[in-house]
Design a protein around this ligand. Sequence first.
Ligand code: ADP
Length: 542
Amino acid sequence: MLGLMQDYQLTVQTILDHAALNHGEREMVTRSIEGPIRRTTYQDIRERALCVAKALQKEGIGIGDRIATMAWNTDRHVEIWYGIMGLGAICHTVNPRLFAEQLVYIVNHAEDKMLFVDLTFVPIVEAIADKLPTIQKYIIMTDDAHMPETSLPNVITYETWLAASDADFTWGVFDENTASSLCYTSGTTGNPKGVLYSHRSNVLHGLMCNQPDVLGINSNDNILPIVPMFHANAWAITYAVPAAGASLIMPGAGMDGKSIYELLDSEKVSASAAVPTVWLGLLQYLEENDLALPYLDRVLIGGAACPRMMIETLENKYDVEVIHGWGMTEMSPVGTTGKLKHATEHLRGDERVKLKLRQGRTPYMVEMKIIDDEGNDLPRDGATSGHLLVRGPAISKAYFKHDEEILDQDDWFDTGDIANIDELGYMQITDRDKDVIKSGGEWISSIEIENTAVGCEGVAEAAVIGIAHPKWTERPLLIILRKEDSEVSAADVLAYLDGKIATWWMPDGVEFVDEIPHTATGKIQKMTLREQFGGYAFKAPD
Ligand code: ADP
């Protein structure tokens, strides 16, 4: 027998409708790409999103068509994002940091019909436009007064294009399982793969992220998503915030410490989310200028492991709660968050920091487990590491236009991460499966060594890779990027690590480099480092 409840479809435009009707006056504040701060409201955003949908339809765009955006977090990007999805078309957020060949690959693979591009990225698109045959129109996200000289064909400014439309439009009517958006993984090996979200998965994931133990957003919050919308849904923020009626503060292209601080302060931001490197920039700016963060209550830090120093500084010096999170594009992306809970609330000092260094526990709607190489379930004992598997309603079951099976017979998805889970459900990532260092039959966590090493004075960034070893199979090599003007030595770093990590984890060598390579989502590119240090031999101890 089926229940007798309404067949209300969980489509993302219902979120914007809700925000406009019930929080229509609530502001969205944007650091515009042209420069000045721009203020708008959910009411305006909805009107303009309807204009976008109507204008797209006039262009012949309909359900299932892919429309690309290459844009920062701004009010315009939000309007376009909801306008595309509300029509039933698919919003393909393109990461401008991908290499040119990858950009060409994904736009062609997605068969995008139009591309909305921010002023900043026009040169990137111009350089590849002749290789993008499916794009029928380019829309530069500015007004005519700021229109640059451009070689792009069939090009118009956003404001001119929008002015020819109006908001007299009804959202598309379609099933909640209809595809809403497309985001390609950064593809450290092989071509990027398309993760195709549905309206239902995005709505559920947005609500999931609104739970008190995740971001816990309410209508009094002012939320600054620094994590870009092209980086896996801005971690759900562009859905979760309007759903809650909170204010969205959009940083535009201003990712540096000064720009971020200005918005945190002037807009009284209560919560924010970004990868660790952004917080490093902010902390440095605060330190140099002797500033405080009186309004900021909590920050979500993820995408890469959050270093100990960052948790300690934000919590102890600035009184900002750190919520360490983990996830991946295939998971929409949030998988775990590390809020304290009833059984851990009492922890203080080092024990508390140690728990916060773990990537956290799953909210309702994510299931996770760890297995060994043979597929056997492993215990939640906080020590045993294994392959981390997940399942849930906002987790991929296949890649776009790919035949490859990605789930096992029980629908579990292998994240490619290696982790342990403790008795209370707090998970800790120890490595990517392709980066683990096998030494004497045991695994060494490169992530833990790196995170400890960045706490050493003078170390800007650290990466650990395995180097082949005749006796132990592999041993760790620590690669360091020094802070400007620092002369920190190998002996200094090793002395700092001494006592903080297991003795048998101590790197057999330390090398200094001028640059550590990163992927398009800011992760250390270990493959490149392994190539760079291919054939490396550890020096015999003095
Ligand atoms: P994104 O770029 O959106 O972070 P990706 O899909 O490119 O997502 O990368 C996901 C991977 O990033 C995870 O599988 C994991 O290896 C790594 N990652 C994400 N968050 C953390 C974290 N808090 N600690 C360690 N690794 C993380």
